[in-house]
Design a protein. Structure first.
Length: 237
């Protein structure tokens, strides 16, 4: 019986991993589809190129990627996916931005509102917190890279700022320069851990330990929603 129980635990663990992987793939596919609607030619669409590169880094098959692009170009018919940004407040009054890709706006807003309400927050109106953030490109590279080399290449490529965060360098760009700077880093053989658009808080807000725990639960709950692509907060966690 002990062996059976252990095997059952392993199966449950694998099921959780597979479920998370499936959700991640769903989010990546939606990002590719929405990006491709702007222009299905990745050579002329930086956002699509970044989405494809991220999908490939997660071992997504090329056929799956091509299907997502074809869906956007109308070669495959399916439910229409739209981009939606929700703004709200978490415990302690911290600001939260939730980026979604959805084929059913009513379902998505209901799920997002429920998550906020359940964990001591509330969904705000358009513009209620967006002004507290800057929409920027963020490129993360390993801190093992020579500092001077990184600064020279990044700044010459058009980066706005460079900061160090634990074991990584964070390179800030305008949203329009994200792909160009990341390409220059790659061409100079610098290993990029991630490159994506993010809402960066203009000022961080300190929170007490009790609110911090509730905020983290809220962020985890939002992240579990299939339609949620990314979450940003000004809470100093």
């Amino acid at each position: 019986m002990a062996g059976h129980s252990k095997w059952a635990n392993i199966k449950r663990q694998k099921a959780v991993v597979d479920q998370k992987r499936g959700k991640e793939f769903t989010k990546l596919i939606r990002e590719i589809t929405v990006s491709a609607k702007q222009n299905p030619d990745k050579s002329q669409n930086p956002r699509l190129r970044l989405a494809i590169e991220k999908a490939l880094s997660q071992n997504m098959g090329k056929q799956t990627i091509e299907r997502a692009i074809n869906k956007a170009s109308g070669q495959l018919t399916d439910d229409q996916v739209e981009e939606i940004i929700y703004e709200g407040y978490g415990p302690g009054g911290c600001a939260i931005i939730v980026e979604c890709l959805s084929d059913n706006r009513n379902r998505t807003v209901s799920e997002v509102r429920h998550a906020f309400n359940k964990h001591g927050g509330n969904l705000g109106t358009d513009g209620s917190v967006l002004f507290m953030f800057d929409h920027k490109g963020l490129i993360v590279v390993s801190s093992s890279i020579d500092e001077q080399t990184l600064f020279d290449i990044a700044l010459d490529s058009g980066a706005e700022d460079i900061t160090q965060d634990e074991d990584s360098w964070c390179i800030i760009t305008t949203k329009d320069m994200l792909y160009q700077v990341s390409q220059q880093l790659s061409h100079n053989n610098l290993s990029i851990e991630s490159a994506q658009l993010q809402w960066l808080a203009k000022n961080k807000t300190d929170v007490n330990p009790k609110d911090k725990e509730s905020i983290e639960k809220l962020l985890d709950r939002l992240d579990d929603l299939d339609d949620v692509q990314a979450i940003f907060t000004n809470a100093n966690l």
